[in-house]
Design a binder for this molecule. Structure first.
Ligand SMILES: NC(=O)c1ccc[n+]([C@@H]2O[C@H](COP(=O)([O-])OP(=O)(O)OC[C@H]3O[C@@H](n4cnc5c(N)ncnc54)[C@H](OP(=O)(O)O)[C@@H]3O)[C@@H](O)[C@H]2O)c1
Length: 290
């Protein structure tokens, strides 16, 4: 299957959008799923996969012989979090290196402790403070070890409108009064529009970039401020969004996860900030900006 793009986690939020973009570019696609039944499609070969099983990972990748693997599959909340998200990425990387597949591995801004004054660059070493962060940091370590030519993409909160992502759905549920949680004033992120990210990932996969790269939205914004913007964009009252400090969280959370995107910009990858995306989609009028 020469030129095939193998997308792990094809049933996931990002995976699904990657499939749409890869299809639009006429790329041959294979994809994996775990619990969800994948949609019927004649132009995609679907493979069941459990990342906890190294033999299965090896079997699927060896059978597909992909030119490129974009590894999105993971779990954030699972008793087997480390096995799936950390060690599983290592199995993918080892087989990809063995058969000569290009690998783009999805990482996250939560590999940091969030205490830096300023945005994190690609040179900043991981220092996770959550179980999820530790699993993603372990994944990076394994990918670097097994597949030194891989691109490791650190990104931020992924959102989109159709379907709505879980972060936006949460904020909108708060704005509708269906949930009572407060949103953090001091948790800074660079939310990234899923279509911008998918397009950049396919371009990156077709390049020879190796090592870590930050691919995140161009605007750094707090969870609170983002929630207010979303409420406004969906015709809800932004004042229903109540803020608090992350110190109030019962579990530790990295506060400043801002990612420095200078390297991405220099390479021609510009992923829009949230205000820009909301305005371009017609959901937010420039005059109504706060
Ligand atoms: N979403 C964000 O805001 C965000 C932020 C930063 C980084 N990221 C990174 O971006 C990537 C994609 O995130 P996402 O939100 O699109 O993910 P998602 O929607 O939660 O999808 C996760 C995918 O992983 C698959 N999966 C789960 N457990 C598996 C297992 N044991 N073996 C094999 N596959 C398994 C799921 O399959 P089934 O659904 O079929 O069970 C699904 O296709 C992840 O690597 C994540 O760390 C995401």
């Amino acid at each position: 299957m020469e030129n095939t793009f193998l997308i792990t986690g094809g049933t996931g939020y990002l995976g699904n959008t990657l499939i749409r973009h890869a299809r639009a570019r006429g790329l041959p696609i294979a994809a994996t799923f775990h619990h969800q039944t994948p949609p019927a499609a004649t132009d995609i070969t679907w493979y069941p996969l459990d990342l906890r099983d190294p033999t299965a990972v090896r079997r699927v990748i060896t059978e597909v012989q992909p030119a490129v693997i974009i590894h999105t599959a993971f779990r954030q909340y699972d008793p087997d979090l480390m096995a799936i998200t950390g060690e599983g990425a290592g199995y993918v990387a080892a087989t990809a290196a063995e058969i000569g597949s290009r690998l783009v591995h999805m990482s996250s801004d939560v590999i940091f402790d969030g205490e830096k004054a300023g945005a994190y660059t690609e040179a900043d070493p991981p220092n996770p403070i959550t179980d999820y962060g530790r699993a993603k940091a372990r994944a990076e370590e394994l990918v670097q070890h097994h597949h030194p030519h891989a691109a490791i993409v650190r990104t931020s909160l992924i959102y989109g409108f159709d379907p709505l992502d879980r972060h936006s759905a949460f904020a909108l549920a708060v704005a509708r009064g269906e949930r009572t949680e407060k949103l953090f004033y001091d948790e800074l992120r660079c939310p990234v529009f899923v279509d911008d990210l998918a397009a950049a990932l396919i371009d990156l996969a077709q390049s020879d970039y190796r090592g870590v790269i930050n691919l995140a939205g161009a605007e750094t914004i707090s969870r609170y401020e983002w929630g207010r913007l979303l409420a406004q964009a969906y015709g809800l009252d932004p004042n229903r969004i109540v803020g608090t400090l992350s110190a109030e969280s019962p579990t530790p959370r990295p506060r400043n996860c801002a990612l420095d995107i200078s390297r991405a910009l220099a390479l021609g990858y510009r992923l829009r900030g949230v205000r820009e995306v909301l305005q371009a989609s017609g959901k937010l009028k420039p005059s109504r900006e706060s």
